[in-house]
Structures are given as C-alpha cells and as structure tokens.
Ligand binder design. Structure first.
Ligand code: PRE
Length: 259
C-alpha cells in the first residue's frame, strides 16, 4: 500500500480483499484429507516435517525472486533468508522501518496446524503429501498477509488519534490499547461476511435452474468448507492476531514519537 492509500477505509478495503484469498486457499486445501504424515518429523529433512521443509525451501526461492520486501509480506522462517537476485520495486515508505520486525507468524503457524486444519479437512490419508503442503503454504501466506496488514491499520489509527494512544503506550496499558482499537460492530460484520463468502465461493455451481438454490443459498453441508469455520477462524484467531499486530506496531510507532 502507498501513502496516498493510507486511510482507514482503504486499509479496511484491503482486508476485505484478503478474505477472498483466505476463503479460496482453504477451499483448495479442503480437497485433500488431513494427510498427517506430511506433518511428522522426517529423517529425509533432518528431523523436520515435510510441511516445514517445504515452507522453508519455498521462502528461500520467494526471497531470491524478490518477495518479503513489503511490511505485510512476512516470512515464517526469516533467519538467513537470501537477498533478492533481481532488482525489486522501491515501495513507498509509509511505515516506520521497525514495523518490518513485527511478526506473529509463530502464533499463526501453531494455530494453523494445531487448531484450524482439523476443523476444515477430513480425517484420512491419500498420499498426496507434496500437493498438500503446497496448499498449506498458500493458506499460511494468505493468513499471514491479512494479519500483518494490521501494521497499516495501526499506523492510520495512531496518526489519527496519537493523543489517545500515547498515554496508554507510556503506561504500557495493553488492555486499554486493545479496547481503543477494537470496533465490535466492524468485527461482527467481518465475521458475517467471511461466512457468506464461504457459502458463495464454496458451493457447486451448475447450469441447472433451481429456484431454491440461488447463489448464497447452498446448504452448509454442501459447501466445500463449512462457512461457520470461517466465522470461527476470524473470531478466535484472525482478528485477535491482527489486533496483536496493531498493538505491537502502535507501540513501536509511539515509542519513537514519545521518547
Ligand atoms: O477495522 C479495524 O479497525 C481493524 O482494526 C481491523 C479489525 C479486523 O481484524 O478485521 C480488528 C479490530 C477491530 O475491532 C475491527 C476489525
């Protein structure tokens, strides 16, 4: 995002767009069963799982190709990532460079594998492990990007009301900070919208005319991912983690302005 786009409305629009990527990534992953062996320690990868091996190697490739330059593109394994081999775009600096250090990817990783995956994949093993972990990587990237867009939300909110945020930062009052940047009504709308997107994007589209089955009216059991899982994902993890990113980023911004 560039400076001109940095308004709360524009950042919220970016968050809405990311919902599509998350819903589609989950729908794609749900085509495969759980495939547990992909997550077990493997001697071939020095004791790491295939999933971890795949993400680490993919991030090396992506870094060489020029990714992870933007504040919202955060690698899961930042240690020793190579520099881009090709010239990269000069992104306008809208966030303080310290914002690039804010990451909740460890929490996203644990949440995805321990909590989310069992909610939207069926038990089973079809042996398609390489495909499965590539689909996991797409889910992780989409979730991480959405959540780290919280850095821009933080910047906008702090700029618009630094007089309200600064005393709370100084007092290290994380709870009050959380309250200040929370908009319950917005959160309710987000949950309802992602649930609806899962219902619309995840239905089987046919050419038959059926008055009962207009878009958005597919029964939840016919959807490729249960729409309620999307609402729960956002309620329990995506929005709370976005707010953690906001608090961390605001604290960085504020400490630079206050001290
Ligand atoms: O829209 C905002 O103001 C945000 O901070 C984003 C977000 C979200 O993650 O969707 C997080 C906190 C707010 O309570 C509402 C929504």
């Amino acid at each position: 995002m560039g400076e001109a786009e940095l308004s709360l409305a524009a950042v919220r629009d970016a968050l809405v767009r990311e919902e599509d990527s998350i819903v589609f990534a989950l729908i794609e992953r749900a085509r495969r069963p759980r495939n547990a062996p992909a997550y077990a320690a493997a001697a071939a990868a020095g004791g790491r799982s295939l999933a971890e091996f795949f993400v680490r190697e993919a991030e090396v490739l992506h870094a060489k190709a020029g990714q992870y330059q933007k504040p919202e593109d955060v690698p899961f394994f930042p240690q020793d990532l190579p520099s881009p081999l090709f010239p990269t775009k000069d992104y306008p600096k809208v966030l303080h460079s310290f914002a690039s250090s804010v990451s909740v990817n460890d929490a996203i990783w644990k949440m995805y594998f321990n909590e989310l995956l069992p909610l939207f994949t069926v038990d089973g093993d079809d042996g398609n492990y390489a495909e499965t972990v590539a689909l996991d990587f797409a889910c992780l990237k989409a979730l991480s990007r959405r959540i780290h867009i919280g850095k821009y939300v933080a910047e906008v909110k702090f700029k618009d009301a630094s007089q309200d945020y600064s005393p709370l930062i100084r007092a290290k009052d994380t709870k009050a900070l959380m309250n200040l940047l929370t908009f319950k009504a917005v959160e309710e709308k987000v949950k309802r919208r992602v649930e609806k997107k899962a219902r619309i994007f995840g239905q089987n589209v046919t050419l038959e005319d059926n008055a009962d089955k207009q878009e958005g009216n597919a029964g939840d059991s016919e959807c490729k991912v249960n729409p309620e899982v999307l609402s729960k994902l956002y309620d329990l993890w995506v929005m709370p983690l976005t707010k953690d990113v906001e608090v961390d980023s605001i604290s960085v911004q504020a400490s630079l302005n206050i001290n």
